[in-house]
Design a protein around this ligand. Structure first.
Ligand code: CIR
Length: 279
């Protein structure tokens, strides 16, 4: 069976902005400690790189406080990339800034035009379908535009509902392998993962659901030991990464990277970090 939904040759990350304290959040629990956020981010990048992947580290965009959360800017598939249209107007320029980097890696880069909106955090790619959550950030028009874009490469999109109190679909779930999804009880309880094996987060550990499978590793936010034990007991190699500061901005493991395998690995050999300046 193909493993293209969790085995990747590349990732793109972006360093935290020094304006991160101005980042969007549902509830203000205080400003992130920027030095600690940068240390956690470096741990995250090192974990991605340790799997042998090429990690393209972009510089911070100081005018975009949420720029570290690159997942929301694009959907990268083996056939091509789609530049998304984030639902928060303050984040739209992040997607435009990503487009040039994707064009250096892909021959085919499509762009979602308005009026619809869609954030990458609402897009869960599995081996057999692309689930997209309607949320406060992602609307029906955005999902329709994405479905039209990826339909040309043969992908089926299934719309699901991101629970009202949840920022993004992947705030509450992550793909672990071709058959297995880690999810909160509140999301799994909607029945949307009926055809998958589901590992539930432990009570009080819902924030552990935003994890990320990347090659042989499952990156999980540190501090949720019962859920990490459940994932490890199912046979996955868990790597715990500090996330206390990104969590203050409603971000988790998936938000911090675009993970993909471009058609030709034109950006260099595996295992290296490449820093690109904005085009
Ligand atoms: C935002 O509200 O847009 C950011 N503070 C957090 C984005 C997290 N991204 C993600 O879940 N994919």
């Amino acid at each position: 069976m193909s493993e293209r939904s969790f085995r990747f040759t590349h990732a793109i990350t972006r360093r935290p902005s020094s304006s991160a304290a101005l980042g969007l959040r549902a509830v203000d629990t205080g400003a992130p400690d920027l030095a600690l956020m940068r240390r956690h981010h470096a741990e995250y990048v090192a974990a991605l790189r340790s799997t042998g992947a090429t990690v393209i580290e972009l510089e911070a965009l100081e005018e975009f406080p949420d720029c570290v959360f690159v997942e929301d800017t694009a959907l990268c598939l083996p056939e091509g990339a789609v530049v998304l249209r984030p639902g928060a107007p303050s984040r739209r320029g992040e997607a435009a800034a990503m487009a040039g980097h994707l064009r250096a890696l892909y021959e085919e880069v499509l762009t979602i035009e308005g009026p619809g909106t869609i954030d990458g955090g609402d897009v869960l790619v599995t081996e057999r379908e692309i689930l997209v959550g309607r949320s406060g950030r992602t609307d029906a028009a955005g999902i329709a535009a994405l479905a039209a874009a990826v339909g040309r490469w043969g992908y089926a999109v299934r719309t699901v509902i991101t629970p009202g109190e949840v920022l993004h679909l992947k705030t509450d779930c992550s793909l672990l392998d071709s058959e297995t999804i880690l999810a909160t009880p509140r999301l799994a309880g909607l029945g949307i993962f009926a055809d998958y094996r589901v590992i539930l987060t432990a009570p009080g550990e819902e924030a552990a659901a935003n994890s990320a499978r990347f090659n042989d590793l499952v990156l999980m936010p540190a501090g949720f030991i019962r859920t990490a034990a459940r994932v490890a007991a199912a046979g996955f190699a868990v790597r715990l990464i500090g996330n206390s500061e990104c969590a203050k901005l409603d971000g988790g493991m998936s938000c911090l990277s675009l993970r993909f395998s471009p058609p030709q690995a034109r950006a260099g050999e595996g295992g290296h970090a490449i820093s690109l300046q904005p085009p």
